[in-house]
Design a protein around this ligand. Structure first.
Ligand code: ADP
Ligand code: ZN
Length: 822
């Protein structure tokens, strides 16, 4: 007797749940549910979700499985390879597959569940006795049939409508309906084409003669159409309606309508792309001998190794080498991913690549609309040869045939995602993605991370070098100014040394540009009481508040809480309050006093929030509408300006003294990168570093452009103190509003882990900021040898984290895992 076997699907919900859930596949869908497809399922009481199928099988789960409600896609939107990558990420980064799904799918492909209410048709009782508000709801439903909760709250002009809705449901008047909405909508535009009947020269001539006599405006429109369609050169079938109307000055569209009525032209609605495409200029650039050698070296290394580091000083022409490698991949019909730190993703680079690769270039990052992101996704999924330029999230695109992943500025810490999970490092994840596809990875940097350089020296990664700047321009000349000495002699003009003031003046006099770099970290301006020294703190976090001049407010940089600056000290009541510390805003202000005629602009998180504000700032600086740019980290990244002659680094010590084992490495990277902005094209640039400690080893290494020196000193220290690359770090942060509970929970978890890992477990300790948003924090750090079985280690930790979740005493404690924190 042949019995039909029931089929089940394990699916990933867009929720941070540790397990996959199993659903039953209805008979009608059997055979059409495939891993990677989106399906609609019910989870919890009534919520509907669009989830992704992970696996199809025949094993019934322990619980009564619900049925899958619908299939959303004719074929999977997520590829098998992507699911493999998600699997690796969730195990390695100790996060759930649901969290990865949320990060990976562009929001346009994640459906949102919307609660709608409607009248209960079977309910015929009188509405008498209802409250006014209840009555208003029912009346609104009489007219509109269904309402979302949002619409309802607008109608009633109150925020919480849920109690009211519950009441009406209980009385039987209304029902609730959950609905999923697809957010992506293809875009359509109207196009005009010549009707087949008129697509012959004879017929067209007849039409011309006819129109000439009777409808001259229509003749003009038709002639414009013929011109725009390039009929006698490279004929295009369709011309965009808006383009035609504009060119023919037929703003009302009346003449065009006439032509359509006559059957000469036709109008069609066609799906179009939202992505701006550019045509390539088919450029070829001759590589210098050194670039040619590096390119050859990379090719050779790729024969035996999957990852190669290209170490090339700023402006050595790394990008030109990338372009060659990209071209080779595209010729072989392969796909390329070009990763950049988010803020280095400038129009400059995009335009440069478009000149070479035209329509094959796609850009993917968070400032794109969700609709545009879906279109990039679909394009990559089709598998054609494309080069995607993107920030870290572009690793989640459904590549079919990737041949090469370039990780430019590979040392940049913004490749690591901090919040929320998955807390992944795009550089490491890129290496995994490439491995899954048999693709290659090129890491590029002028100041490689200590970890990467170490692996290259060990021969695990290949290595290629560019030592000179393109065109032979010398690396900038770096001077160090002792601000301690100058301050003692009272020669400092606020934050500026005489050398810097003079240097700026000379540069401006020559019509050249200046960049001033001031790190924000730990130097945010705040308000201090002059008699007791008290500084206002956030009410929810253990941090002092930062003063923002534009809004005249104190603001918490951890939770966003704001308050007006106090008139008197909260502690002692004194009214003598003064500014302490300073940020880029203050520097910009003081600079304007010294150089009243200079055009000064500021580049930091506050001034570049809008979608195009960063692009605008870069363009203005490039077009020399700005003389001086004052900025944070941002000015160090990926910008290529031709007329910057001077770079000033204001307080180098702030970088160096930051309490982190990577502080010196970071300081070197930042200073070398920002120095690299000086004198890029033809002239040697000048850099002035202001510091209290002119003999600091890192300052000396920056001056000497001595990356190797920095590396050797760092690697010795890392080995001695068991830091990466010799050990891998895993940080577990426990969070709870109840401080005592937190302390016991942290101790418990640390003890559990010590049973396996012994002295590799450090802590628990309160971090530097021990309370954020009213939650207390405690850290446990694990230092695991690089050679250890990382899969096993992660399994043990994951298991302990599950035990914590399930532990009855610690329900209120959350644990956040950060693997390879930076
Ligand atoms: P990097 O990526 O190492 O910072 P780029 O590739 O941006 O360096 O090169 C620096 C400058 O030199 C750019 O303006 C670039 O156009 C120019 N350049 C680099 N290589 C060549 C070449 N082979 N021919 C002409 N110009 C080049
Ligand atoms: Zn706060």
């Amino acid at each position: 007797m042949a019995e039909r076997t029931d089929l089940f699907a394990d699916i990933v919900l867009p929720l941070a749940l540790p397990n996959l859930f199993t659903y039953r596949i209805p008979q009608s869908m059997s055979g059409s549910v495939v891993p990677g497809m989106r399906v609609v399922v019910q989870f919890g009481k009534s919520k509907l979700y669009a989830a992704v199928v992970w696996k199809v099988h025949e094993n019934a789960p322990q619980y009564a499985a619900k049925y899958i409600e619908h299939i959303l896609d004719p074929e999977p939107v997520v590829t098998e390879k992507q699911l493999e990558l998600w699997e690796w990420m969730s195990a390695y980064y100790l996060c759930t597959r649901g969290e990865i799904l949320i990060a990976a799918l562009p929001s346009g492909l994640r459906l949102t569940s919307e609660t709608r209410i409607l009248l209960n048709p079977g309910h015929i009782e009188s509405r008498e006795g209802l409250s006014d508000e209840e009555f208003v709801v029912l009346e609104a439903l009489d007219v509109r049939q269904t309402l979302t909760l949002e619409e309802l709250s607008a109608i009633l002009d109150r925020k919480t409508v849920y109690p009211l809705v519950k009441e009406l449901i209980a009385k039987g008047f209304i029902r609730v309906h959950e609905e999923l909405q697809e957010r992506y909508r293809p875009k359509f535009e109207n196009f005009i084409r010549l009707a087949d009947a008129f697509n012959h020269e004879d017929k067209l001539r007849e039409a011309f003669d006819e129109l000439e006599k009777r409808a001259f405006r229509q003749l003009e429109v038709l002639m414009t159409f013929i011109r725009l369609s390039d009929r006698y050169a490279q004929p295009k079938e369709f011309v965009k309606r808006t383009q035609l109307l504009e060119a023919a000055k037929d703003s009302s569209g009346g003449a065009l309508r006439g032509l359509i009525t006559r059957g000469i032209l036709e109008q069609h609605e066609i799906e179009v792309s939202r992505l701006l495409r550019a045509e390539s200029e088919g450029r070829t650039i001759l590589l210098s001998d050194e670039q040619q050698q590096a390119l050859q070296e990379i090719r050779t290394q790729f024969e035996s190794l999957d990852v190669v580091l290209l170490h090339g000083v700023t402006s050595s022409g790394k990008t030109e080498v990338y372009i060659r490698l990209i071209a080779e991949q595209l010729e072989q019909h392969k796909q390329v991913l070009y990763l950049l730190p988010e803020i280095a993703l400038t129009t400059q680079l995009i335009v440069r690549l478009q000149k070479h690769f035209g329509e094959k270039v796609f850009v993917y990052h968070s400032k794109y609309s969700e609709q545009e992101r879906v279109e990039v996704w679909q394009h990559v999924r089709k598998g054609g040869p494309v080069v995607v330029i993107g920030a870290r999230s572009s690793l989640f695109l459904p590549f079919e045939k990737p041949g090469l992943i370039i990780v430019d500025e590979e040392h940049d810490s913004s490749y690591k995602q901090h919040e929320p999970a998955p807390r992944y490092n795009a550089r490491e994840t890129a290496i995994w993605l490439a491995r899954l596809h048999g693709a290659k990875v090129l890491l590029g940097s002028a100041t490689p991370s200590v970890e990467t350089y170490f692996l290259a020296k060990q021969g695990r990664y290949g290595f290629a070098l560019l030592t000179g700047r393109f065109g032979g321009t010398e690396l900038p000349h770096i001077e160090v100014v002792d601000t301690k000495e100058l301050a003692r002699k009272k020669l400092m003009q606020s934050h500026f040394s005489p050398q810097l003031v003079e240097g700026i003046q000379q540069t401006l006099d020559r019509g050249e540009q200046v960049i001033l770099f001031q790190n924000r970290r730990g130097f945010a301006p705040s308000i201090e009481c002059q008699s007791c020294g008290h500084v206002p703190h956030c009410i929810r976090c253990d941090v002092s508040l930062t003063y923002h001049k534009v809004s005249d407010q104190l603001r918490c940089h951890y939770c966003g809480w704001t308050t007006p600056p106090p008139k008197q000290c909260e502690a002692c009541g004194d009214t003598d309050l003064r500014m302490r510390g300073f940020g880029t805003e203050k520097i910009e202000e003081e600079l304007a006093l010294i150089f009243p005629t200079a055009r000064i602009a500021r580049m930091d998180l506050d001034t570049t929030r809008g979608k195009n504000s960063l692009h605008q700032l870069v363009a203005d600086f490039e077009n020399r509408k700005i003389d001086m740019l004052v900025g944070t980290q941002m000015v160090t990244k990926g910008l290529d300006f031709g007329h910057v002659a001077l770079v000033g680094i204001l307080h180098a010590d702030q970088l160096l003294n930051f309490p982190d084992f990577r502080a010196w490495e970071r300081s070197f990277q930042l200073m070398a990168q920002v120095a690299g902005r000086a004198g890029r094209r033809s002239k040697q640039g000048r850099v002035i570093i202001q510091t209290f400690n002119t003999r600091h080893p890192v300052i000396e290494q920056v001056v000497a452009h001595d990356y190797i020196g920095l590396y050797q000193q760092q690697i010795a220290e890392r080995q001695e103190f068991s830091y990466p690359p010799f050990h891998r770090l895993i940080r577990l942060t426990l969070k709870c509003k109840d401080e005592h509970l937190l302390i016991t929970a942290a101790q418990h978890l640390a003890d559990q882990l010590r049973a396996y890992f012994g002295g590799r477990v450090l802590g628990p300790e309160f971090p530097a900021v021990g309370r954020i948003r009213d939650e207390y924090l405690k850290n446990i750090m694990l230092k695991i040898e690089r050679e250890a079985n990382s899969v096993k280690v992660k399994q043990i930790i994951a298991n302990e984290l599950l035990n914590m979740r399930a532990h009855p005493d610690y329900k209120k404690v959350r644990v956040v895992a950060d693997v390879d924190p930076v």
